[in-house]
Design a protein around this ligand. Structure first.
Ligand SMILES: Nc1ncnc2c1ncn2[C@@H]1O[C@H](COP(=O)(O)OP(=O)(O)OP(=O)(O)O)[C@@H](O)[C@H]1O
Length: 238
């Protein structure tokens, strides 16, 4: 397994927001975290990425206890809000992030070209970010998270504010990345996206209420849709 959470808890100022979450993510999987706003999805993926620490319990990524700097270099993280520099062009933004990841010279240039191509922004690479649409910014953020060819890719609501066509394109891209051997964790509150995940954790009030493939989760609850299954497991409207 690539990711393992064992009895993980998280408190913010004595308020418990994650309660006893244990789960594993396997190599080459697209693993979804589904739950309504405020359920704790972002908090969980930040702890997996090593950006935040658990109050109690253990998280291992690629066999190493998190947080760990060396392991963080093997993880790509795409946050909910885009961390891009508006005054800089797409190319300059990627150049900046590539340098942070330690890429240099020819290899850096080649990798930037590859990720730009991947998210279909090659023709827009010389435009400043403040001229970009929301969807273009999301795609550029995805490109930035892929620069260092991470073994684990963590995406926090990657398709929020993105139109259905582009959303489809991003999911196709994720599938391609997965086939190359990358393990992907993605948070969502959109049911049709959850359907595309190989396995899914349903989160409510900081707790894991169910885990399994979309098919298994529906079967267990005799539900026709994931939404019905989520409600059956004790969830609220996502
Ligand atoms: N830095 C923080 N300080 C205090 N409380 C926090 C902090 N970060 C998150 N929380 C709280 O933790 C809970 C879980 O938040 P989280 O952002 O993980 O949920 P989420 O499922 O990702 O929601 P969304 O889909 O809206 O992003 C919320 O009640 C939130 O207010």
């Amino acid at each position: 397994m690539v990711i393992q959470l064992q009895h993980v808890y998280k408190q913010f100022h004595k308020k418990e927001v994650i309660h006893d979450v244990s789960l594993t993510v396997n190599e080459g999987e697209i693993f979804g975290m589904l739950g309504p706003s405020g359920a704790g999805k972002t908090t969980i993926v930040k702890m997996i990425a090593g950006i935040d620490t658990a109050t109690k319990g253990e998280i291992h990524v690629l066999g190493v206890r998190m947080p760990n700097l060396q392991t963080m270099a093997r993880i790509g993280f795409m946050a909910q809000s885009d961390a891009l520099y508006g005054e800089l062009t797409a190319l300059e933004n990627l150049d900046f992030f590539a340098s942070i990841y330690g890429l240099k010279g020819k290899k850096k240039k080649q990798r930037i070209d590859e990720v730009l191509e991947l998210v279909n922004l090659t023709d827009d690479r010389k435009k400043a970010i403040h001229q970009f649409s929301g969807g273009m910014k999301r795609r550029l953020s995805l490109a930035a998270s892929l620069l260092h060819e991470p073994e684990v890719l963590i995406l926090d609501e990657p398709t929020v504010g993105i139109d259905p066509l582009l959303r489809q394109a991003i999911w196709e891209e994720l599938e391609r990345i997965r086939q190359k051997g990358t393990t992907i964790v993605v948070t969502t509150h959109v049911m049709d996206e959850a359907e595309k995940c190989m396995r899914l954790a349903m989160i409510r009030n900081g707790q894991l209420i169910a885990i399994g493939s979309p098919e298994q989760l529906k079967k267990q609850t005799n539900a026709l849709t994931l939404e019905q299954a989520f409600l059956q497991f004790g969830g609220v409207q996502a």
